[in-house]
Design a binder for this molecule. Structure first.
Ligand code: GLC
Ligand code: CA
Length: 554
């Protein structure tokens, strides 16, 4: 594969509402990010993905855009963003924004005009259907029917996500052109590219036919008829041709539901995007991204197999975007390590396991501190609309109140959205004002002030790991080398990264008892380890509990 600039990036994802409040209103903002650029530069990241900062009623915290060309006043003014882009540039950090074009907010001018006058051109920018009853039984991702009645009319509009997030009608050419103009306008501003939200939902099954119910609510999940539908490629190709292709930018799509066989279309040489996120291993503990109250047991072996299947598929066609956390996921420590979530060795091993995979690594804010899930004691303490829906739906499906609460604690998207713990003071140095969302309980123990510069801390570990990928002696192999699975014992995930001249063998031990792995070659040399000591006896490597090791062979 030809070398491309974004393959060398290390991306840091910011949830702006929760990163740093600069004007003491309890809400994080753009100036707050600018004020923390030194922290990010010190960590060694090279690109930021900032979750939506556009004007929005914030029903889904910015994923409900009411004006694509202006910023949410609580986040700041356009000058603040220009300043952020400039200050970040001085530190060799690029800025990537979030592009939310499957839907807008119901408060967007287009939707408002569509409601006011069904004859206006904006009416066809959305999906409306006439009738006394909802047009079909599809269930939205955030619960209830995908159809919401228009007040005072016998008419419904379609929403894949929340009620306040009506889907844009991609079948309308004028709408598509407006979106492309807007995308180009942003790219001209000097941003590095986009993370593209929920893009596999833009094409619907236009027969709109009912499906067999899959829940006691009589509904059927909409993904089967509204995600990666035949014909979507026409829109995605057109989008790319009219926008991304005209700029030197990078695109990372949130593209759940893409079969591995179709990856060529998505990330191949002429693919719609540069990279996509694969959720198969992020969601290995749940039935699906929209039904996380249905929990599924899993093993380290299965996790390893899912990761490697994903890597091999991505490698066949293009490049991967690797992550273990984001703003829709619980903390990776709590999800993947469970009772070892507070063990620094385990947290480091987990970080290294995904970080050295083939692809561009994404780090979610707070991951570099080893943040853990919270424990809320009532549903009233949650903000995320999906958590509230899953709580209610799980009880409808027969769970007790306690079980429902336990599940939202384990899986709520709010886990990753608590204010960033900068120090152990009140509100963790995030703000002087009561934050918009309660802090996690662990911030007096897990915070940046404690970790930056402290030898052995998780932050310092991430910093070292980033530097090792970017500038270490094996950088070419770790960045550009191929990947293949490596046989290992049950609680170990292992792979090798290789070029024509070098192979780096990588082991990541999830167990609490030492285990032995047979060394695949003679005269191997340790190039990196998450723990000081590396034990080798004859041709065996003795992995200590939660140890990660990289060794060089031929
Ligand atoms: C994506 C976002 C999520 C949002 C949803 C609707 O999945 O990551 O946070 O709620 O799309 O925009
Ligand atoms: Ca603020």
């Amino acid at each position: 594969m030809e070398k491309l600039w974004w393959q060398e990036e290390v991306v840091y994802q910011i949830y702006p509402k929760s990163f740093q409040d600069s004007n003491q209103d309890g809400i994080g903002d753009i100036k707050g990010i600018t004020n923390r650029l030194d922290y990010l530069q010190n960590l060694g990241v090279t690109m930021l993905w900032i979750c939506p900062i556009y004007r929005s009623p914030m029903d889904d915290n910015g994923y409900d855009v009411s004006d694509y060309r202006s910023l949410a006043p609580e986040f700041g003014r356009m000058e603040d963003l220009d300043e952020l882009i400039q200050e970040a540039g001085k530190r060799k950090i690029r800025i990537m924004l979030d592009l939310v074009i499957n839907h807008s907010s119901d408060e967007h001018e287009w939707f408002q005009k569509a409601l006011e006058d069904p004859k206006s051109k904006y009416h066809d920018y959305y999906i409306f259907k006439d009738g006394k009853e909802r047009p079909n039984n599809w269930r939205s991702i955030f619960g209830g029917s995908v159809w919401e009645k228009v007040p005072g009319r016998e008419e419904y509009y379609y929403h894949t996500f929340g009620k306040k997030q009506p889907d844009l009608n991609w079948e309308n050419e004028k709408l598509r052109e407006e979106l492309y103009d807007m995308v180009n306008w942003w790219l001209d501003k000097g941003i590095a590219g986009f993370r593209i939200d929920a893009i596999t939902f833009i094409k619907k099954d236009l027969t709109w036919s009912d499906r067999e119910a899959d829940g006691v609510d009589g509904l059927s999940k909409c993904t089967k008829s509204s995600r990666t539908q035949p014909g979507i490629g026409v829109f995605l190709h057109e989008l790319k041709e009219n926008t991304f292709d005209r700029h030197r930018c990078v695109t990372v799509a949130e593209a759940p539901g893409v079969p591995y066989e179709d990856l060529d279309d998505f990330i191949g040489k002429d693919g719609y995007f540069d990279m996509i996120f694969d959720f198969r291993y992020a969601d290995l503990d749940i039935a699906s991204g929209s039904e996380w109250f249905k929990r599924i047991p899993w093993t380290v072996k299965e996790l390893g197999e899912k990761i490697m299947a994903s890597q091999m598929a991505m490698q066949k066609y293009g490049w991967a975007a690797n992550f273990i956390e984001n703003h829709d996921q619980p903390r990776a420590t709590s999800k993947y390590l469970q009772e070892a979530q507070d063990n620094p060795d385990a947290v480091k091993m987990l970080g290294a396991m995904y970080f050295f995979l083939r692809g561009t690594p994404f780090i979610y804010q707070g991951q570099e501190l080893g943040m853990v899930n919270f424990k809320r004691d009532s549903i009233g303490q949650f903000n995320d609309l999906s958590s509230i829906d899953q709580y209610n739906r799980s009880m409808e499906e027969g769970l007790s109140k306690e079980e429902a609460l336990e599940i939202v604690n384990l899986r709520s998207r709010d886990n990753g959205r608590t204010p960033f713990p900068w120090n152990q003071e009140r509100y963790g140095g995030f703000s002087q004002h009561t934050p918009w969302l309660m802090m996690g309980e662990e911030y007096p123990r897990i915070n940046a002030a404690d970790q930056v510069g402290r030898e052995g801390s998780i932050y310092e570990f991430y910093k070292e790991m980033i530097a090792f990928r970017q500038e270490g002696p094996c950088r070419d192999t770790l960045i550009y080398g191929e990947i293949a699975p490596l046989a290992s014992s049950e609680n170990v995930i292992a792979y090798r990264r290789f070029t024509d001249t070098e192979t780096i063998y990588c082991w990541f031990h999830f167990g609490k008892e030492a285990v032995k792995e047979t060394l695949p070659q003679d005269h191997m040399q340790t190039v990196w380890s998450s723990q000081k000591e590396v034990y080798i006896t004859e041709n065996q490597l003795v992995l200590q509990p939660y140890q990660a090791i990289l060794m060089r062979g031929k």
